[in-house]
Write a protein that binds this ligand. Structure first.
Ligand SMILES: [Zn+2]
Ligand SMILES: [Zn+2]
Length: 341
């Protein structure tokens, strides 16, 4: 099969022929019809991801995978060839305290035991991928492959963040950054019944943010961002999708009492926390990572019922370098998706 292979971090991707993967007894072999491209993929290729000691190379990246079942293992009865499916790529262990508490996305064994599809084991930048059947679920008919793929990381990260923050209908949500994650976050927050505020550095995105469900749009430039957000009543939940920590600092005073700042971007640096503000207002800062398989099923239902769709650019596998360059240069509107087959 054709695949984009990372021989070694820092060395770039090579598109070439490699042997087809095979399905073990509990696996399914998928024909990859769409694989979204995530910032994490850039970090992996650049060697910035802390998979040292876990990932083996050469490795095929790609974790936003939608496709068709090609073959099932001898022990798999729930799926059959021809099924349209998507992959929950964080192959949790099912036994650790996090998994038992229903927070399988925090399962650290997924990384340690080479169970992260596209990060520590081969993923979807290829014509085929083999994954355990327990992590593969049917796609709703109304979603095509390219539209579906971004839900498996970008969409799930936004939805998981809102759920972890305890978002309730009629609350006010601010989404910081209108990019791959944020443009889905706006739509999902709206679908969950929130009043939605888009925070963007790009004035040209104002109209688009409104079309995606934003009731208000604020430009992020300036230290008074938090004050301007407070003028709108303050945000019960701020979903931060940016790596720009200065803007995150600026937005913090726009949190409403009992508000939660949800961090989804793994930016290196520090945030200032004044305990007096946080104690008296009972505010929270929450790190949030992905979501569970259950969250994913809920999200796909919400997407179908409320017409939540990513805006995608599609590319053949051979153009993966073009895609990565566009992502590095912030050119992608708003999620790039490879179509390997
Ligand atoms: Zn991702
Ligand atoms: Zn676990």
């Amino acid at each position: 099969m054709r695949a984009a292979v990372l021989e070694e971090p820092g060395k770039g991707l090579v598109v070439k022929n490699v042997p087809d993967p095979s399905a073990g007894p509990h696996d399914v072999l998928l024909r990859v019809r769409a694989c979204g491209v995530c910032h994490t993929d850039l970090h992996l290729v650049d060697g910035l991801l802390k998979t040292a000691g876990h990932a083996r190379f050469p490795l095929i990246p790609g974790h936003e995978i939608a496709g068709v079942v090609e073959e099932v293992g001898t022990e798999v009865s729930r799926l059959k060839p021809g099924d349209r499916v998507g992959v929950y790529w964080w192959l949790s262990c099912g036994r650790c305290p996090c998994c038992l508490a229903g927070e399988e996305e925090v399962c650290l064994r997924a990384m340690d035991d080479m169970r992260a599809v596209g990060l520590t084991r081969d993923g979807g930048y290829a014509e085929f991928v083999a994954v355990p059947a327990d992590y593969v679920f049917p796609l709703p008919e109304k979603l095509n492959f390219a539209q579906a793929a971004p839900f498996y990381c970008a969409g799930l990260t936004a939805y998981g963040g809102f759920k972890n923050a305890g978002l309730r209908p009629a609350q006010r949500v601010a989404v910081l950054g209108v990019g791959g994650l944020g443009h889905l976050g706006l739509q999902i927050a709206k679908a969950m019944g929130a009043e939605v505020i888009a925070l963007t550095s790009t004035e040209a995105k104002t109209e688009l943010a409104q079309q995606l469900g934003a009731d208000h749009v604020l430009q992020t430039g300036g230290k008074d961002l938090g004050a301007r957000l407070a003028d709108l009543g303050g945000a019960d939940v701020v979903l931060s999708t940016t790596l720009d920590l200065q803007t995150v600092r600026n937005v913090m005073q726009g949190l409403a009492p009992m508000g939660t700042l949800v961090l989804t971007g793994m930016a290196a640096g520090r945030l200032p926390v004044d305990p007096r503000t946080f104690v008296l207002s009972q505010q929270r800062i929450l790190g949030s990572y992905l979501g569970s398989r259950q969250d994913l099923q809920e999200l796909l239902q919400i997407a179908v019922q409320h017409n939540v769709r990513p805006i995608v650019e599609t590319y053949p596998l051979e153009e993966v370098d073009v895609v990565h360059r566009r992502l590095r240069e912030n050119q992608v509107r708003f999620r790039a998706v490879l179509e390997p087959s």
